[in-house]
Design a protein around this ligand. Sequence first.
Ligand code: G6P
Ligand code: MG
Length: 483
Amino acid sequence: MSLRRTKIVATLGPASSSPEKIAELIKAGMNVARLNFSHGSADEHRQRARLVRDIAAEQGQHVALLGDLQGPKIRIGRFAEGPIKLDVGDHFRLSTSHGLNDGTQDIVGLDYPALVEDCRAGDELLLDDGRVVLLVESVGRDEVRCKVTTGGPLSNNKGINRRGGGLSAPALTDKDRADINLAAELQMEYVAVSFPRDAADMELARKLLRDAESDAWLVAKIERAEAVADDVALDGLIQASDAVMVARGDLGVEIGDAELVGIQKHIISRARKQNKTVITATQMMESMITSPLPTRAEVSDVANAALDYTDAVMLSAETAAGSYPVEAVEAMDRVCRGAERQPVSKRSGHRLYQEFERCDETIALAAMYAGNHYPGVTAIITLTESGYTPLIMSRIRSHLPIFALSPNSQTLGRVSLMRGVQAIRFNPAEMAASDINQAAVNCLLQAGHVQPGDWVILTKGDVYNSRGGTNSMKLLHVGERLV
Ligand code: G6P
Ligand code: MG
């Protein structure tokens, strides 16, 4: 069976944390396990991380860990006597002085003193991802007085967004700082920052990670209206990150569902153009929380993201808390493979008319163009220290699998998120320089990825196990004696 190019991120939670379930998820095709720091204790995350590492190793697979920081989501407090129900036309107050546990039918407390400065009469506030909508009628010294325009049940700790964005708590909370240390302790390959406003938020997260001695790659979750207001804002965030997530839950609430799909396509394309990986997230297989089969609309959503060349598609509650976590990964696997069989152009136009900036980029891109244009080539092999060379390669559209060979476990996890890239453990330092090409090709032969008579393209540098040094590509004829 051919290798799936689009990667699958699956969130672990109560429905998917037993050794058996994790083993099944990996078998079904989970490439990245997401640990959501908004839920669960540090010890629960430690245990899940350990199980993923152990079981992936048993299965001979590389699975990355992605830690998703909770971020400064603004939430209402709790209700004294259980959930309330708001009807259209009801009056309701959000108060910064009311007790956080003392919510009633008329008022609820909220731990965000700036609310009264951030809100104006006429603003729309969206609670619980927009299930309840409040229109601000007036703003007092310590409360915002609203009228309900979309009614529904409201329970403890539900999130608040403002239509159009602009509720601006700082991006990293004390809890996020503690979770950054946990991500470092668990040697996570990726850490996602929630609600970043700009590059400075990402740089702070990067500094905290480096201080904790982690070299995790950073994912910016694009989920504020401000982040997509114009290309300068969006590009700034993308550039400050290693990967981005189209976080459609909060983003959809802030910008409205009408704009969401167009913006999703735009983010995918901008991220890839700037040499970053991109994850498409939220409600992709939502009905599979309670059903073993996806709807046609969900199939179409996943397939379209794959056709748009997202690196990865993501499952949240489907795998964390749903009744069919393994089936959800299987469904994504099936749908992505189907989409990839469509004859998407293998002649990529990416950077065709641009100058390249670095020697290793030039080799990486040249290898892909050569592979795409020379019939008979069946695989690309790249020796990599950090994952950078396969990242550059995988920005180019191609039908060819890219095999990233590295001795470094973090790198093998990291490349597992990249579209079309397969990780293989390989240490050139263990062999004579003249044996490396043959040994690399043998890895692929043994796994059945290539046959005698195929051509493969291999890239590497003159110095082994050091990043940034790729300066050669070679076309190798499988089956001949290679030097
Ligand atoms: C390995 C190879 C080097 C190559 C490097 C590229 O370490 O042994 O010859 O230069 O990968 O690594 P990079 O992190 O830049 O992809
Ligand atoms: Mg979110």
